[in-house]
Ligand binder design. Structure first.
Ligand code: GLN
Ligand code: ZN
Length: 767
């Protein structure tokens, strides 16, 4: 029985790579420094895994920005617009690479970056390969070969990780009409074979091909591409051992396909999809090793050793110990690096910490599981099993996690609790009478500029330089200024500005029981950007009102409507590490009840309009369409539960960022928010078509200007967009607001742009 790892975090346990890259981009250091930092991280990771006792250690899992971009560079899939970058004196391959990742604006060039999108259902983002008709590929970057050689120099024969040819093509985008990207396989495969030739010449034994698309719905043509690709690879390299890695969901109806491919090792994700094990075992060819993805690569909980051991034992009985490998479920790049760096017991208490494992701890778990399964039970493995059992027991019963009042309340929730008192048509009239807003009412999405100054106040408050009173005074003054200014320019529905918030999820998490945080639990989101998700470990409950004070304060400053501003339950869930001892839907419902209480408290305090942001609803969609309905049912229900404890007159807004609504418009309508604001300006209002076709009944605020650039739009442009909106959505349903994200802008451009926006709305009213 061997152990393997599929990939290790490359950001460095203190985000060394982030800092090195950002210094390089700012021209504070040269390329030698950043290359050296990369090399150090690779060596550290390899040696750590070797010392931990992992049998098969990955290479080429390192990346300066993104592994998909690495492959585009490897295959020479470099869009023409970057040609000039290499012609500039002094530029290296690394500069070309970063230009593709981030765009290139200097020396008279202004080249946009490649598009970025989410990596399956994770919060990692990759750079989308751009494909053209008859595109030719050639070996351009030899990174994978160089890194294999580098590890060999260290005395470690690693397993290079490649994205498999079919998944690489499916990750890309066709940039012109007249072909299908999968047709490029025949042009692409020769480059894979060339890479493999070089690796084999250097003495490679195993190569990992990641084919996550095997866990998604595939067309017949795509299935055929899989067969063709792996047949050719096998024919060219009959003795090379291929590890075929699948993850994030079950193989489902692709089980037979996956099992038929001529590979040496098949890796499956048994954390996301434990139910697939028996089906896989029943079709696995007798010469194929099964790699059991038992340790959760995407969450921060300790493995349940007893449970994993029973799985391992079942498999060993069926196919024999020599055909079983133990592994994390997927690459560990989705886990933070090292739990041992969490030394601040005030942030993360020892009781909670004992339930957790970050990447380095997960590596140790893989090895311990193998030792325990092998019954080469050295005393240390036995001791670790005993400790693990105690931690699991403690987690099952800890009063930190299990709160009877939360469980009792959840059981009392009825379907009626998730419905407003009356339908929208009734509410609309009551709200009109109560609120008396003009047509084309104007508002913003919530935040106002989080200037360096505001952020410095928070930092000083956190490190004790400012007292609570001092900090609150500064925030209150900033809020007052924002309210007065909104009044002055004549916005109809005001916001308080969110100056007191560090982040739209963390701010709520910090005020909810059942949440904890880490100091160093960073995970790569894209490039040098890392996130530190809150950790939901237990039953969720509100200690006390969370936003009431600031919202009421802001309301007290103005006779205009102050919009209460909350983050919705699905978004809070989606952007956190979630407990794995109960269904996500259950945790989401608990959060929904806490938000519901907040909504009710705001209403009681006289707040008439409340926005519940749900930008993350769409990204929670399961990978397989068959599972969408179940997810959408509980997600929409959680939102409605949070929004329904109030009178008809109180107006609920929700907000979603730029996303495609085509296939979920019915569910968006089911959310039944009185007003939905969406990001649309960059699509020239095209996103509204699906609302129009569906005859979406409630009110809509399409963003009328793009906040992503400091450029100030004028009223004519906005009027133009509003006219486009009016052409498809009846004007009595329309609101006027910018796209979301004003917190990232400066005050100067924000003010100018909103003045124009208010004028645009006035002109629309008079037409
Ligand atoms: N209310 C939030 C803001 O305006 C919404 C952020 C978001 O949509 N991601 O910043
Ligand atoms: Zn948004």
């Amino acid at each position: 029985m061997l152990t393997q790892n599929l990939g290790y975090p490359r950001i460095g346990s203190h985000r060394e790579l982030k800092k090195a890259c950002e210094n390089y981009w700012a021209a504070k250091t040269g390329h030698k420094t950043v290359l050296q930092v990369g090399k150090n991280i690779r060596q550290e990771n390899w040696l750590m895994q070797k010392n931990a006792g992992i049998s098969i250690i990955p290479s080429n899992d390192f990346s300066f920005y993104d592994q998909v971009l690495d492959h585009s560079l490897m295959f020479g899939a470099i869009p023409k617009r970057y040609n000039e970058v290499m012609l500039k004196k002094g530029n290296t391959e690394l500069d070309l690479y970063f230009a593709m990742a981030r765009g290139y604006q200097k020396e008279g060039l202004d080249i946009i970056a490649m598009e970025m999108t989410k990596w399956f259902d994770t919060n990692y983002h990759y750079l989308v390969p751009e494909f053209y008709k008859n595109q030719q590929f050639k070996l351009f970057s030899t990174k994978v070969i160089d890194e294999f050689y580098e590890s060999k120099q260290l005395g470690i024969v690693t397993k290079p990780v490649l994205i498999g040819p079919v998944s690489y093509l499916l990750l890309g985008k066709e940039k012109e009409a007249g072909f299908e990207k999968i047709d490029l396989l025949k042009n692409l495969l020769p480059v894979y074979l060339e890479v493999l030739t070089q690796l084999v010449n250097l003495g490679v034994e195993y190569v990992q091909f990641d084919e996550p698309f095997l866990a998604l719905d595939l067309t017949e043509k795509e299935k055929k591409a899989f067969r063709e690709a792996y047949k050719q690879i096998k024919n060219a390299f009959p003795r090379l051992k291929i590890v075929l890695a699948t993850y994030f969901d079950s193989l489902g109806d692709n089980i037979a396909l996956a099992a038929s491919l001529p590979v040496s090792v098949l890796h499956i994700d048994l954390v996301r999809a434990p139910q697939q094990l028996n089906d896989v075992l029943s079709v696995l060819k007798s010469d194929v090793i099964l790699s059991l993805g038992l340790i959760d690569g995407r969450n921060i909980w300790k493995n349940d050793f007893e449970y994993s051991l029973s799985t391992i034992n079942t498999v060993v009985e069926k196919i024999g110990e020599s055909r079983v490998w133990i592994a994390p479920s997927c690459s560990l790049i989705h886990s933070p690096c090292d739990l041992d760096n969490e030394t601040n017991e005030e942030i993360l208490t020892p009781e909670i910490k004992q339930w957790m494992a970050f990447a380095e701890q997960k590596i140790a778990e893989v090895v311990t599981l193998k030792q325990l399964a092998n019954a080469d039970r050295g005393t240390s493995a036995e001791r670790k099993l005993a400790e693990n059992i105690i931690a699991q027991q403690n987690r099952k019963t800890s009063s930190l996690i299990h709160k009877s009042e939360v469980k009792v309340r959840i059981n009392q929730v009825t379907s009626k609790d998730a419905e407003r008192l009356n339908s929208f048509s009734v509410r609309k009239v009551k709200q009109q009478n109560a609120l008396n807003l003009p047509s084309y009412p104007t508002t913003t999405i919530g935040s106002f500029p989080q200037t360096a100054e505001v952020r410095s106040w928070r930092a000083k408050f956190k490190n004790g330089t400012f007292s609570t009173a001092e900090y609150n005074k500064l925030i209150a003054d900033e809020t007052t200024k924002a309210v007065k200014w909104q009044e002055e320019i004549g916005l109809d529905v005001l916001v308080h500005g969110e100056f007191e918030r560090n982040d739209m999820v963390e701010y709520f998490g910090e005020q909810l029981d059942g949440f904890t945080f880490s100091k160093n639990g960073w995970v790569q989101s894209y490039g040098s950007r890392c996130v530190k998700p809150p950790i939901i470990y237990g039953d969720v409950k509100r200690y006390a009102p969370m936003t009431l004070e600031w919202t009421s304060y802001a309301q007290s400053l103005t006779p205009k409507y102050m919009k209460g501003m909350l983050t919705g339950p699905v978004t809070i869930l989606q952007w956190s590490f979630v407990r794995n001892d109960q269904p996500r839907s259950q945790t989401c419902t608990q959060i929904a009840l806490a938000i519901r209480d907040e909504v009710c408290d705001l209403e009681k305090a006289g707040i008439k309009i409340i926005q519940i942001d749900e930008p993350a609803i769409r990204e929670g969609l399961p990978l397989r369409k068959a599972e969408w309905e179940n997810y959408l049912n509980w997600a929409v229900n959680a939102f409605k539960l949070s929004a329904s404890g109030i009178k008809d007159e109180t107006q609920i807004h929700t907000h979603m960022c730029y996303s495609e609504f085509n296939d979920i418009i019915k569910n968006i309508a089911d959310m039944d928010a009185d007003v939905i604001t969406i990001e649309t300006s960059r699509s020239q209002m095209e996103l509204l078509d699906v609302f129009a076709d569906f005859e979406y009944p409630n009110e809509i605020g399409p963003g009328v200007y793009d906040i992503h650039s400091p450029r100030v739009p004028n009223r004519l442009e906005m009027i133009d967009l509003l006219k486009k909106a009016k052409a498809v959505i009846p004007s009595e349903q329309l609101w006027v607001n910018p796209d979301c994200g004003l917190k990232t802008r400066g005050w100067d451009e924000t003010k100018k742009a909103l003045i124009e926006m208010v004028e645009a709305a006035k002109i629309m009213r008079n037409n």
